[in-house]
Design a protein around this ligand. Structure first.
Ligand code: C2O
Ligand code: CU
Length: 477
């Protein structure tokens, strides 16, 4: 255990540690012996919070805290979460990135009946593979009201060497009762009636989608601006950061002044380490990076400010024993090294062989310009065509983004590989969320090895709610 990380994550880690009860009883349902069951009790409840800005507001929380308690287990453990819903509406929890059994996936009316107010639901699944994940509500706009938290699966045997580890959730907030969801509800119905031309189906007008809210605060682990806890290092430390983006509608470009970040994991999966000066992280993505603390001073790990202060956050990185009062932040330049998906190669641990796809499916992403809907192949969820696959097939999804916004596309229940024509398929990186940039075409492939109904959608919450989603269906055979 690391004292520095512990003290940094105090308000989550210590609470979480107090919550789970571990036992060494074999779990009958899983029929493997010696699996440790780690049980957590989550109550979803509205709570007055203060993110350090001096302004209180009512957030939607797990156990009264934002973000929710950290779940930290070892690979192969059984995670059991007893969810009690004390909210005024239905809820569910989705375990973002973990290829778990379909009934545990937490998508309302797709994988489960939503958990009604006053009800309890038990999630239970094996923690596999190791990596950095997120859990979050998948009901309506609850993600943007505070219902998310970190889920860390530690490897059975640690292969990395580091002295300190920090988990950093990068969050966008509307600092008012009910968060982002309340902000947009209060907004008058503006020019949203147009833009239905070209849709293949008709939509009831009372279901017009909502625009994104304007965020007025960016937080790290539930703390805003000057209240953000610093990373404190000793000279010579190797520091691992788990960067997690549970934001509803904000992506970040991060840079650490005075240091180079080395990317080691993408969405939990190991890659061959790649240095970068800037790291882009979209909604739903996770990157593990590390840096060598070899440049004593007071620095900032900061996000680039785009436009109206959007995505602005600054995390102090302080060397012990340095007295100066001003921190030095990164200066973003055009010519900075920004590693992207195509610069990464999978650290192939199993020597797996990737076969050519059995089936290719086009996914045209559009919307935005003259429409308040976001579409896949011109359709709006739940009217979108299913992605029909057969068990065992290798499936290629070819995305074409015909809109002017990036879409972080997320597939439930499976990892996919990002097709990179420059390298052999067994070196393609494994992820579960992929940013498709404006006017870009890019493809992924996955093996249909986890039967069920799996949601596939843009992880901009407001794009998803405005239609950019469909469901993977396995054919019955
Ligand atoms: Cu992180 Cu369907 O979501
Ligand atoms: Cu989108």
């Amino acid at each position: 255990m690391n004292l520095n990380r512990r003290s940094f994550m105090k308000y989550t880690a210590s609470t979480a540690a107090g919550l789970w009860i571990s036992s060494c009883l074999p779990d009958k349902a899983i029929s493997k012996i010696n699996q440790t069951v780690k049980e957590f009790h989550f109550t979803a409840v509205q709570t007055r919070v203060n993110l350090g800005s001096g302004k209180d507001f009512v957030a939607w929380t797990y156990n009264g805290q934002v973000p929710g308690p950290e779940i930290r287990v070892r690979e192969g453990d059984i995670i059991r979460v007893v969810l009690k819903n004390n909210l005024p509406e239905d809820t569910t929890i989705h375990w973002h990135g973990i290829p778990l059994p379909n009934p545990m996936d937490g998508v309302p009316n797709v994988t489960q009946k939503p958990v009604a107010p006053g009800e309890t639901f038990v999630y239970e699944f094996e923690a596999r593979p190791a990596g950095s994940f997120i859990y979050h509500s998948h009901f309506k706009l609850q993600l943007d009201q505070g219902l998310y938290g970190p889920l860390i699966i530690e490897p059975l045997s640690e292969t990395e060497a580091y002295d300190q580890e920090y988990t950093l959730l990068l969050e966008d907030w509307v600092l008012q009762d009910g968060g982002g969801a309340a902000a947009i509800r209060r907004r008058p119905a503006g020019p949203m009636m147009g833009g239905r031309m070209g849709m293949r189906r008709q939509f009831p007008t009372n279901q017009m989608p909502l625009p994104e809210p304007v965020y007025d605060g960016y937080a790290v682990n539930g703390r805003l601006l000057s209240a953000i806890y610093p990373i404190v290092v000793n000279k010579g430390d190797r520091v691992k950061l788990r960067l997690i983006n549970p934001s509803s509608a904000t992506e970040y470009y991060l840079s650490l002044a005075g240091h180079v970040l080395t990317v080691t994991h993408v969405d939990g999966n190991p890659i061959k380490p790649v240095p970068t000066e800037v790291l882009r992280i979209g909604m739903g993505e996770r990157y593990d990076v590390r840096f060598n603390a070899n440049n004593p001073g007071k620095w900032l790990l900061a996000a680039m400010e785009t436009g109206l202060g959007e995505g602005m956050l600054r995390i102090p990185v302080n060397y012990r024993g340095i007295k100066r009062t001003q921190s030095v932040g990164p200066i973003f330049r055009q010519d900075m090294l920004l590693a992207n998906y195509m610069d990464f190669t999978f650290a192939n641990l199993w020597g797996d062989i990737t076969l050519p796809p059995d089936r290719s499916i086009y996914q045209t992403l559009s919307g935005g310009m003259h429409s308040s809907f976001w579409t896949i192949n011109g359709q709006v969820y739940p009217e979108t065509d299913a992605l029909r696959v057969q068990k065992g097939e290798r499936v290629r999804l070819i995305y074409g983004n015909h809109s002017m916004m990036p879409h972080p596309m997320h597939l439930h229940g499976h990892f996919f590989k990002i097709v990179n024509p420059a390298i052999p398929p067994d070196m393609w990186i494994l992820k579960d969320t992929l940013i498709v940039d404006p006017m870009q075409q890019i493809a992924v492939e996955f093996t249909a090895d986890n039967p069920g109904k799996w949601l596939h959608h843009c992880h901009n919450l407001y794009h998803m709610e405005a239609g950019m989603a469909n469901v993977v269906h396995y054919a019955q055979s």
